[in-house]
Design a protein. Structure first.
Length: 151
């Protein structure tokens, strides 16, 4: 057994004893060294516990969770920016953007004289326009990370 294999086996055994609180015959292990030596002499190496995570695995999980959280926050920011932009367009009915959206609304909706229905259709048109712009590659891509990623 190499020194690296022994180190790994010790990590796994330590994890089993401290975290999984394994017992031999229903009782806590009295002599850890004898117990560990017995396992190594039978199996050649201590098997990795099913719930064991290395430091790299824990870091990867933390980074994955952080990236998911960052993506969710970016999505929320984009939604809020879209809402603010739409509200700005709606505040100026004589403006070019409002008139452009209004020209795409069906005559039925305009003649209905319902402000909520009109606003809903204007928003649908606006959001579809934003979605089209968003689907253009590179137009709304996130800037590259400037902070170093954990090694």
């Amino acid at each position: 057994m190499t020194a690296d294999e022994l180190t790994i086996s010790l990590r796994y055994a330590r994890f089993d004893v401290l975290v999984n609180e394994i017992k031999v015959g229903g009782a806590p292990i009295n002599n850890v060294l004898n117990w560990f030596y017995r396992i190594l002499s039978k199996a050649g190496m201590y098997a990795r516990p099913a719930n064991y995570k290395s430091l790299y695995e824990m870091r990867a999980e933390a980074l994955r969770a952080q990236l998911q959280q960052d993506e969710e926050v970016c999505r929320q920011i984009r939604e809020l920016e879209c809402e603010a932009q739409f509200r700005q367009i709606m505040s100026d009915p004589e403006g070019e953007d409002y008139q452009s959206l209004l020209s795409q609304v069906s005559d039925f909706t305009v003649n209905l004289n319902s402000k909520t229905v009109l606003e809903r259709e204007l928003k649908d048109i606006f959001l579809s326009k934003v979605e089209e712009e968003h689907s253009v590659p590179g137009k709304f891509d996130l800037p590259p990370l400037t902070e170093p990623v954990l090694a």
